[in-house]
Design a protein around this ligand. Structure first.
Ligand code: NAD
Length: 481
């Protein structure tokens, strides 16, 4: 069944794609499972070669795929390019990793015994992705899943299907150059929540990696848990930064601007709450207001634009509702109004909003996926940390300070409770080398670098007896005739 695809830039229809039926989706999962049975036997460094070739295809088509990201997700040019660069980076990382999928060798208490861990491929990995990173999220999962010996079935956001289909086409080119890739190793299923549910319920899907809102995670995770399957959840954030009296103000303003305004406030790591020391609060807010008033909002294809459109009218309405709620709690709002962009009258553009709040009210504790930055004051650093952590989400966080004690306290066990905690840089714009993800309602998953690959494999503990006796562990005796 075909469905229309719209660009948030103009609101116009830019094409149509076919939706996968539930029957076709179930068949794809079956084919992926068959592909996995072959692929798991291919040596891991050889599997890495396929991902290296995928990286080459992405390098060769970086500009055109980035253009599609801009057209379909509304990202400004450099962020569209950055998204594809991130895909290239994870392919480089994963190709190297394919020679390092190693386990421990462990000392045994029994004479002439050795223990070790072996990591094996897991099965079919289902990937569910959000509109705001329409292709990078797939690559964080797929590059690792493929070198780990798995097959991938991807259900992208129904708002960004063309970028997904283009990425799949690049994968197919890499697969053709590689030769002998089992059919169905990577599949795209275009559709909505019903297909995500199908992936969650199917026992052939060994791991469901789901990126999107906390509401989506709360709907899908129990379904995977009901069959005792594995899930990796990358859900909503409500990220904050603490600005201390010793902060480098110009650096902080730049970091706050990119974190809060960049990608039109539509990153999971977008800076949404700013906790500023009372001694610098007024001057800092005045400085920020200048930036907010001047930042170029417009067609993301223009080089000068820094803030593109919201994804759709619904996102704009959610932004207005949040601002109304903030006003209702004595928040003072600067900006936030619709910006009409010539030639893009059906797109939803908004001036980023700065909201001075008397405290952390209900609306501040919620993630609104739009460029709204709530600013609050603090007097005591411990109070700032308490405010920082007093939200249901736990993705990314920052402190701006030149005081070593404050920086270390923020990073300590009693500091930020997020999966990402930074010093003197913003909450967004992570690199692929580190593990990415967050705590609490953000879902607890970790993707991308470090040892996140272990999510995509199963661990076997092996004990080998190279002696002639059979000593039992813990000194147990079991002597038979
Ligand atoms: P969304 O939750 O509306 O959709 C994400 C995906 O889940 C889509 O593929 C959608 O079809 C599917 N989906 C949505 N609701 C579902 C349901 N009830 N049952 C089954 N499937 C469902 O999110 P979005 O608007 O596309 O993206 C924005 C959200 O994603 C924000 O909350 C943002 O913080 C989050 N996000 C998180 C990360 C991260 O790494 N933590 C990264 C990007 C986006």
């Amino acid at each position: 069944m075909p469905t229309e695809v719209r660009s948030p830039i103009t609101g116009d229809v830019i094409g149509s794609v076919s939706l996968a039926s539930r029957e076709a989706a179930a068949e794809s999962i079956g084919r992926a499972h068959e592909a996995f049975l072959d692929w798991r036997q291919v040596p891991a460094p050889r599997r890495g070669e396929l991902v290296r070739l995928l990286g080459e295809e992405l390098r060769a088509h970086k500009a055109s795929l980035a253009k599609l990201v801009t057209l379909e997700a509304g990202k400004i040019v450099s962020e569209g390019l950055g998204e594809v660069q991130e895909m290239i980076d994870i392919c480089t990382f994963a190709a190297g990793l394919s020679r390092q999928l190693c386990g421990l060798t462990i000392a045994s208490e029994r004479p002439h015994h050795r223990m070790m861990e072996t990591w094996h491929p897991l099965g079919v990995v289902g990937v569910i992705s959000a509109f705001n990173f329409p292709v990078a999220v797939w690559s964080w999962n797929a590059a690792l899943a493929l070198v780990c010996g798995n097959a991938v079935v991807w259900k992208p956001s129904p708002k960004t299907p063309s970028t997904a289909l283009a990425t799949q086409a690049l994968f197919e080119r890499a697969a053709e150059r590689f030769g002998g890739v089992p059919a169905g190793l990577s599949t795209v299923l275009v559709g909505g929540a019903d297909l995500a549910e199908l992936l969650a319920d199917d026992p052939r899907v060994a791991l469901l990696s789901a990126t999107g809102s906390t509401a989506m995670g709360k709907a899908l995770a129990p379904r995977v848990a009901a069959r005792l399957g594995r899930s990796l959840l990358e859900l909503g954030g409500n990220n904050a930064a603490i600005v201390c009296p010793s902060a480098d103000i110009e650096l902080t303003v730049r970091a706050v601007a990119f974190g809060a305004i960049g990608t039109a406030g539509q990153r999971c790591t977008t800076l949404r709450r700013l906790i500023v020391h009372e001694s610098i609060h007024d001057s800092f807010v005045a400085r920020l207001k200048k930036v907010y008033g001047a930042v170029a909002v417009g067609d993301p294809r223009e080089e000068s634009t820094l803030v593109g459109p919201l994804i759709d009218g619904q996102a704009f309405a959610a932004m207005q509702d949040a601002l109304a709620a903030a006003r209702g709690s004595e928040g003072v709002v600067t900006g936030g109004e619709r910006v009409m962009v010539s030639g893009c009258e059906n797109g939803y553009y908004a001036r980023p909003a700065l909201v001075e709040m008397p405290g952390q009210t209900d609306i501040v504790r919620r993630e609104t996926f739009a460029p709204i930055l709530y600013v609050m004051k603090y007097a005591d650093f411990e109070e700032a940390i308490a405010l920082h952590n007093d939200v249901p989400q736990g993705l990314s966080s920052s402190v701006f300070t030149r005081d070593m004690q404050e920086a270390e306290r923020f990073l300590s066990a009693a500091g930020s409770d997020c999966g990402i905690a930074n010093v003197n840089l913003g909450t967004s714009g992570a690199e692929i080398g580190g593990a990415f993800g967050g705590e609490k309602e953000t879902g607890g998953g970790r993707e991308s670098g470090s040892d996140a690959w272990r999510n995509y494999m199963r661990r076997a503990t092996n004990t080998i007896n190279f002696g002639n006796d059979l000593p039992l562990a813990q000194g147990v005796r079991f002597d038979i005739e």
